[in-house]
Design a protein around this ligand. Structure first.
Ligand code: GLN
Length: 281
């Protein structure tokens, strides 16, 4: 079959499942199946696709039809204009998480060497994007998922950051190593009872461990704050992603734990998505 008809066919199947991105998803899945970029697809719509490639493509469409996220099928997600490898062991990097990277880079670019800790690093997208920009800085990523860490290491290698990034298999409670200028984290912050209401793409496929913030949604956030108090240098900063409507509660946990100077940053949807807090003493 030719490119044009395959895209039409795939897009129609996905549209029937109410997948809004049916057209672009079909294009990207075909592009993956024939190992050519999207521009090739759009400029060669009469190109004849082999039988093997057609069957790979239809298989991808079937997976997407059952709501598997596109990024898991193509094994890749762009974040901060960098290409990250992903699989079902890591949360797919979200555009709103770029807020943390943006704030850290804006504040520290060109200002010397930092020692950075990323708690719950997942794919490594936050830490590695920051290290790409702050070229004199070093970082440690920790995660309780061994499989997630393997992906972070793979990304570190791909981005040529093996010399400046290290990854340690450990959960936040048991990690007590080092002294940091900056701690970053996108912890799980969704209330357990709300997980069931998330999109099928998320709740059916992404690691629950990376989403579930316990009954209040604040369980891991609180652990990260306690750890930041312990491992930050004096006047060091914590940059953390938080969930919708959590700002006031998170501020009070910060203050209770002796961290101060709360700043809030908004994501592309004008929602408070990231806080910065400073250790004063
Ligand atoms: N932003 C993610 C979502 O809405 C949640 C990420 C997280 O819990 N840290 O699915």
């Amino acid at each position: 079959m030719i490119i044009n008809s395959l895209i039409k066919q795939g897009s129609k199947i996905l549209k029937k499942q109410n997948i809004d991105s049916h057209q672009i998803d079909a294009e990207l899945l075909l592009s993956k199946a024939i190992r050519k970029d999207r521009v090739f697809l759009l400029t060669n719509d009469e190109y004849k696709v082999s039988q093997k490639e057609t069957s790979d493509y239809l298989n991808f469409i079937l997976r997407r039809k059952h709501h598997e996220p596109l990024s898991y099928i193509i094994k890749r997600k762009e974040f901060w204009s960098l290409g990250f490898n992903v699989n079902h062991n890591v949360l797919i990097p979200r555009p709103e998480t770029e807020t943390i990277v943006e704030q850290v880079v804006r504040r520290f670019k060109g200002k010397g060497s930092l020692n950075i800790l990323d708690i719950g690093t997942g794919s490594g997208c936050i830490l590695l994007s920051i290290l790409k920009e702050l070229t004199n800085s070093y970082g440690t990523g920790i995660d309780k998922s061994f499989k997630a860490l393997n992906m972070a290491k793979k990304n570190s290698r791909k981005l040529n950051l093996l010399q400046r990034a290290k990854f340690i298999h450990c959960d936040v409670d048991n990690f007590n190593l080092g002294n940091y200028d900056v701690i970053v984290s996108n912890p799980p912050y969704i209330c357990s009872r709300r997980i069931g209401y998330l999109d099928e793409d998320i709740k059916g496929f992404e690691p629950r461990m990376a989403l579930d913030g316990g009954s209040s949604g604040l369980e891991t956030i609180t652990k990260v704050i306690i750890k930041a108090k312990k491992l930050l240098k004096t006047r060091g900063h914590l940059f953390m992603e938080i969930g919708n409507g959590q700002f006031r509660m998170v501020s009070s946990v910060l203050i209770k734990n002796g961290l101060r100077l709360v700043k809030k940053f908004f994501d592309y949807n004008k929602t408070i998505r990231c806080i910065m807090s400073t250790k004063i003493i």
